[in-house]
Write a new protein. Structure first.
Length: 247
């Protein structure tokens, strides 16, 4: 049986896996989840990775690292430091070594928006390769205030049961660290371990079209399709558990 290390995305915490964990443990798997220090505006990707590493038991050698959304930029860093069997991206960002997330989609933003973000563009020759990629984010989500409950309901939790959505909104945390958007990813290459990507086909934040494209191009595999919104661990935990444990 495997140890599933569950790493949450932006605005969430270890609590967000509470509905998924029973389905994994019912199959005999172990789980571990942690709160990333997202309220710390200066927290870096490497510091996030260190928190994950510290949460891992030292005795397990069959580790599946699951990263939701933002955590896609973190789990490869963990896999550089700890032996893992598999990386699983759930509606996740896929980092590009030596490039920030913002670098990858800056060409989709207008000059005023880039100026408001204090964006300093890199050498255009390094970014040209991204210009023919599909847009990473769904346009309706760009620039939205994710501290607003109505925005969270519409973009994060639209396909959750009403009581689950309200519970999730009540547990929402303040996302102060924006390292997953602005920080140049310190990877030199993606770790050479087994990879899996679960694309959420009704995602209103990360573009499913981009997810399919980037999974094939960067991870070298085909994405697994899951008919859910951005947070399948809350809307369809049973289906997500099946996708995580399928070979």
């Amino acid at each position: 049986m495997s140890l599933f290390c569950l790493v949450h995305g932006a605005f969430q915490g270890a609590w967000c896996w509470d509905l998924l964990i029973p389905y994994l443990e019912a199959q005999g798997h172990k789980t571990v989840a942690m709160d990333l220090p997202i309220e710390n505006a200066s927290a870096t990707l490497s510091q996030f990775a260190d928190v994950v590493i510290q949460a891992l038991p030292k005795t397990d050698d069959d580790i599946v690292l699951v990263g939701h959304s933002m955590a896609g930029t973190i789990i490869p860093l963990v896999a550089e430091a700890v032996k893992v069997r598999q990386l699983v991206f759930v509606g996740g960002l896929i980092p590009y070594p030596g490039i920030s997330t913002l670098d990858q989609f800056s060409h989709h933003l207008d000059a005023d928006t880039l100026k408001s973000l204090n964006y300093q563009p890199k050498d255009p020759s390094k970014l040209q390769q991204f210009h023919n990629e599909p847009g990473m984010f769904e346009p309706a989500s760009v620039g939205k205030d994710f501290s607003d409950a109505a925005v969270l309901m519409d973009l994060f939790y639209h396909d959750c049961q009403p009581n689950v959505a309200q519970w999730a909104i009540s547990k929402s945390r303040s996302q102060q660290s924006m390292a997953y958007i602005f920080e140049t990813n310190p990877l030199k290459a993606l770790p050479k371990v087994e990879r899996k990507y679960i694309v959420c086909t009704n995602d209103r934040i990360i573009s499913p079209t981009w997810s399919r494209y980037a999974t094939r191009k960067r991870l070298g595999v085909d994405a697994i399709e899951l008919a859910s919104g951005h947070c399948p661990h809350l809307s369809y935990p049973d289906l997500l558990a099946k996708a995580l444990t399928s070979s």
